[in-house]
Ligand binder design. Sequence first.
Ligand code: 9MG
Length: 305
Amino acid sequence: MAAFFVYERLSRTRNHCSSTTMIIRCGSRDLDLTSPKVMGILNVTPDSFFDGGSNFDNGQLFLDKTLHAVEQMLRDGADIVDIGGESTRPGAAKVSVEEECQRVLPVVAAVAERFDTIISVDTSTPEVMSQSAQLGAGIINDVRALERDGALAACVETGLPVCLMHMQGTPQTMQDNPDYNDVVDEVSQYLQGRVAAVETAAGGAACQIILDPGLGFGKSDGHNLALLNQLSALSALGHPTLIGVSRKSMIGRLLGREPDQRLAGSLGFAMAALVRGASILRVHDVAETRDIVEVFKLTHLGSQE
Ligand code: 9MG
């Protein structure tokens, strides 16, 4: 089995004014999570909710345009590029394994060849995980927390870090009637169970796992706010946390904004996540998010001295 996860935790003193020194090994690159990192979203789907299909014409992906978007993201300060070929917005259509491979793999290959960056692959599909890792991907980002048949074994075999996200239901039905007794406790319990599953599958080798409460994935606005406000409960599990709130419909409902008017709301929620210990922000607006990360570093991490 591939040597799974080198996880270096040099110190742990996380609270509002200090940071955890954590370096995770993403294939051939290190990701230092001592300070928060920005993950830029690169959708290679014709139907994503915000930038839906902007790199597509007649179902055909424009690789040049996609690579320009990556170049811009990196210039804007992205630390990670998250490439995904399945739309997971509420009610999205399912995508076949073949279609997902055709969308994602050429882009992973081209980005790995041209840019010096960490590539995350947003997938639940074992074939996409294995082949992306061979092409140079550095992180697996799975909104189904490796629950799909074969995904756990495929992910462990890659030896890459994994982001395990919580979702209640499926993208097709998840917003129909989200229901919890105690959302923070149930999401934490679920993610703890998935961490145990990964560690068992890895056969006792050290594991690099990032946790994500999955805002908007089978959650009401109240559930999302509770998870965000109590993010420290998730951080207490001892893994870095990732938050994706960028342009999501909760911002639309809470502030009365269309997707193209949700930048300020996205930045506000992103800052709230940083203050509560988020290590990675998954975002559409890289330049603006980079700025708030720098402000957070100056006002919160700088105050350690
Ligand atoms: C793919 N994707 C869409 N939203 C996401 C979120 O909030 N977190 C993660 N990890 N992936 C997401």
